[in-house]
Design a protein around this ligand. Structure first.
Ligand SMILES: *[C@@H]1O[C@H](CO)[C@@H](O)[C@H](O)[C@H]1NC(C)=O
Ligand SMILES: *[C@@H]1O[C@H](CO)[C@@H](O)[C@H](O)[C@H]1NC(C)=O
Ligand SMILES: *[C@@H]1O[C@H](CO)[C@@H](O)[C@H](O)[C@H]1NC(C)=O
Length: 787
């Protein structure tokens, strides 16, 4: 990213598109025609997918508009069947165990709620698409704003779009030059569940949409403020018609029954937010929104080399050129990194109580039956959304995730009792919804029965502490989650030989072939005892409890239980090919090219199997991921970016980079949204990509490690500013000729700084040879240079 040009009020458009910084802007010369070519904006709660079409369409989302209230789907047969499922698994009766587990443990109904779009904003200007010329559409990843400009019938039209976190609304401005030439019919529509639609010009111009069926009830409203001309209610009684205006400002909000107990309460909130925004005026709302977003997004500045003319093309052209000559446009990777940070900030903020995290489509969904219900899938996808949060200096985005975890804990505690007879602890399975629905989801052996969701999510709170060093957070928010997550396992785990094991469980979402000495030989199954990923998750959980207890001065059974269980979790096993084993035994893999990297959790995002901690397990991890990739894995965007992070952790910079290039050649949609199966938009890959780039440049699970996996020949020269390392260190790094030249580490919390450069190069700190960890001073900056 280059220096920010500040754009307040009226826009100064660069005279030629050569000036659109290719690392910062998504630039288009045509309108979007669907979510995957829209400009996505958001304030953490409200999302807007802007198409910029001749008749404007903006798909609007509010993150709590889902298909209905919570429902107890827990299977009452589960508790009674548990002992016999376990006995079958111990006896090697694997197929019967799987069948019994599905029959007695699946939820009823099998799916939780699904995410829904909120409304469409339509603006008909009376011109058709064939009349538009000199069309430009841009998204700014540093300010979090979008705009469109074109001429039609001799009139210059500009449209600006901003999502304001401080004001809690979306705000759009449309301008004509010359003055007084704007005619527009503005509407709010929705395909389902509409109770009423109305427009009014008394006491402010407004369009109101109320929904009370098929989704959680809510009210949405657009306020229209014109400069010049006149506004009247259109003949349909539901839209507003503006004629002869110079500017039209539109403010939008929606408030739902999820956060307010009555319609009058959510409508009072809606009125308050819109009244305040109208009173402040568009320019003030915009200025505050840009100041907020650019302060946060501007904390990190990445330079992976310059593209020159190849970067000065519309995004779809850049993507298609990149397939042929990736080296010509290095800034595409930088833009993709910056875009991931924009998307996370736009879809995940602290919006008060019951903030909600980014779901499978962030907050940019236009379907009532979206792929995978656009849920929170917690056997990889929701966690991946938050991989860049801490490393790329966006710690505040985590709050929304932690709010949902707290909500899910109470559902999960009831489910632990109902399904497993465990009266302490909480359990989550492989998906949750906005109500924290804790029951198993869908009905298949490779995914439904997997009670480790709480263990994985709890890790995010411990990592938040490691990065921020916020002890009050550790005590008040993280510790209760870690403790309750662990308590479930003290009840659920059972002894098999020398080890505490899980079961029934699965290795998301792979299958194995039942061996010849077990039943039913040759069948493909998913359920077993103690898959490798479960052991790795439990190692992480109990280690986190021990680390947290140490910081907080906690002793007693909370600590001794974690120590006792940790000592009896089976360590990673290495198989006949030198690979990390995925299952209890060396079963034949059902899908050697499987997209999930579950048995490598302990390499990334976990840390148990990383090279500086265990060369043996890191080597075996490499054998497994190499084998997966040779067989054809990395077959969805999110799978490919997990692989980038894994190779970065293995210090394989060149391989991490070649997967980065393949990702950019394969998975981005026209607006750089990541795609999954069937080229459907799935946002996880956007976030995992951003994390993967950061992981090549800085790692900190063992020491603060500068350039651990730099792709030295592909990206020989560059810099990054503002990444964050565990210990709350802010790190800037410059490199040239594939080697670190100068770095600075700023200590935000004091504490010990252990450093490593590249593969163990010698270096100086403040001009003196580094020999041992440094006790840092809060606020001090340490300069690292080569020896
Ligand atoms: C419309 O006017 C603005 C302000 O002068 C200018 O920046 C923009 O380029 C114009 N748009 C077109 C399509 O000419
Ligand atoms: C706006 O509407 C008025 C009245 O219908 C019409 O005379 C004028 O030409 C329209 N202007 C544009 C720019 O379409
Ligand atoms: C650093 O601090 C630790 C305790 O916080 C102390 O034991 C150690 O001696 C200090 N090291 C130096 C070099 O001052």
């Amino acid at each position: 990213m280059r220096a920010a040009i500040s754009i307040f009020g009226f826009l100064a458009f660069p005279s030629a598109y050569a000036q659109w910084d290719p690392s910062r802007y998504l630039y288009f010369t045509s309108a979007g025609n669907g979510i995957s070519s829209s400009l996505p904006l958001g304030n953490g709660r409200l999302g807007a997918a802007v198409y910029g079409s001749a008749t404007e369409k903006v798909t609007l989302n509010e993150n709590s508009v889902w298909s209905g209230p919570w429902q107890d789907r827990g299977n009452p047969k589960s508790k009674g069947a548990l002992a016999s499922i376990r006995q079958k698994l111990l006896n090697g009766d694997l197929s019967d165990a799987g069948a019994l587990a599905l029959d007695s443990m699946s939820g009823n109904p099998t799916s939780p709620k699904q995410y829904h779009p909120t409304a469409d904003l339509g603006i008909d200007f009376g011109h058709g698409s064939s009349q538009l010329s000199s069309y430009t559409r841009v998204l700014d990843t540093l300010h979090g704003t979008g705009w469109v400009t074109y001429t039609a019938g001799g009139v210059n039209y500009t449209r600006e779009y901003v999502a304001s976190y401080p004001a809690g609304v979306l705000a759009f401005r449309i301008t004509s030059r010359p003055a007084g030439r704007l005619n527009a019919t503005i509407s709010l529509t929705r395909a389902q569940g509409v109770q009423s639609q109305s427009a009014s010009t008394s006491g402010g111009n407004s369009i109101t949409l109320k929904v009370n069926k098929d989704s959680l009830p809510f009210t949405a409203e657009a306020r229209v403020v014109n400069d010049g001309g006149a506004v009247r209610v259109a003949s349909d009684g539901k839209s507003l018609s503006v004629s002869g205006a110079t500017t039209i400002d539109i403010f939008f909000d929606a408030e739902t029954s999820y956060r307010y107990s009555s319609q009058s309460a959510w409508e009072a909130e809606l009125k308050k937010k819109l009244d305040n925004a109208v009173k402040a005026g568009y320019e003030a709302v915009r200025a505050a929104a840009v100041a907020d977003a650019s302060e946060i997004l501007g904390r990190v500045d990445l330079d992976l080399g310059s593209s020159g003319a190849a970067g000065n093309q519309p995004v779809p052209t850049r993507l298609s050129n990149y397939k042929k000559s990736p080296n010509a446009d290095p800034e595409l990777a930088t833009l993709y990194f910056n875009y991931g940070r924009h998307l996370l900030l736009a879809s995940s903020r602290d919006t008060g109580e019951r903030s909600l995290p980014a779901n499978l489509q962030g907050i940019w969904n236009d379907q009532y039956s979206p792929p995978w219900q656009s849920k929170y899938t917690i056997n990889i996808n929701l966690e991946m959304n938050y991989w860049p949060a801490l490393t790329t200096n966006l710690a505040e985005t985590n709050k929304a995730l932690f709010d949902l975890i707290d909500l899910a804990r109470s559902r999960g505690a009831a489910m632990a009792t109902k399904m497993y007879g465990c009266n302490s602890g909480f359990v989550l399975h492989h998906n949750i919804d906005l109500h924290g629905d804790a029951a198993p989801v869908d009905k298949g052996t490779p995914y439904t029965i997997w009670p480790l969701g709480g263990a994985w999510l709890s890790m995010h709170l411990m990592e938040h502490f490691r990065y921020t060093q916020d002890k009050a957070f550790l005590r008040d928010r993280a510790w209760p989650v870690l403790k309750q997550a662990a308590e479930f396992f003290y009840c659920f785990l059972f002894m098999d030989g020398a080890y505490y094991v899980t079961g029934p469980s699965s290795s998301p979402e792979n299958t194995y072939i039942v061996p010849s000495n077990q039943q039913t030989a040759g069948r493909s199954e998913g359920i077993d005892i103690a898959p490798a990923m479960d052991n790795q998750l439990l190692w992480e959980l109990f280690t986190n409890i021990i680390d947290a207890a140490k910081v907080l001065g906690i002793t007693g059974t909370d600590l001794t239980n974690a120590e006792k269980y940790l000592s009896k979790i089976k360590p990673p096993q290495v198989g006949s090919k030198g690979q990390i084993l995925e299952w209890r035994s060396e079963y034949k893999e059902g899908e050697p090219a499987h997209r999930h990297m579950s048995p490598l959790f302990g390499l990334f995002p976990g840390s148990q199997m990383t090279p500086l901690k265990s060369k043996t397990w890191a080597d075996a991890s490499k054998v497994l991921v190499d084998g997966r990739m040779r067989a054809g894995s990395g077959s969805t965007g999110w799978s490919r970016v997990w692989v980038i992070n894994l190779y970065a952790r293995l210090f394989q910079g060149a391989t991490a980079w070649s997967n980065t290039v393949t990702f950019l050649q394969t998975y981005p949609l026209d607006n750089l949204f990541n795609s999954g199966e069937n080229r459907w938009f799935q946002i996880d890959g956007n976030f995992g990509f951003t994390s993967g780039i950061a992981e090549m440049l800085l790692q900190s699970h063992a020491v603060v490690h500068l350039l651990p996996a730099l792709p030295a020949s592909a990206v020989p020269k560059g810099s990054v500013k503002g990444l964050v390392a565990r210990g709350n260190f802010v790190v800037d790094i410059e490199w040239s000729g594939g080697l670190m030249t100068r770095s600075t580490v700023t200590s935000r919390s004091g504490g010990q700084l252990a450093l490593r450069v590249e593969s163990g190069a010698e270096f100086l700190v403040d001009g003196k040879a580094y020999t041992a960890p440094i006790n840092t001073t809060v606020g001090a900056k340490y300069v690292i240079t080569r020896k």
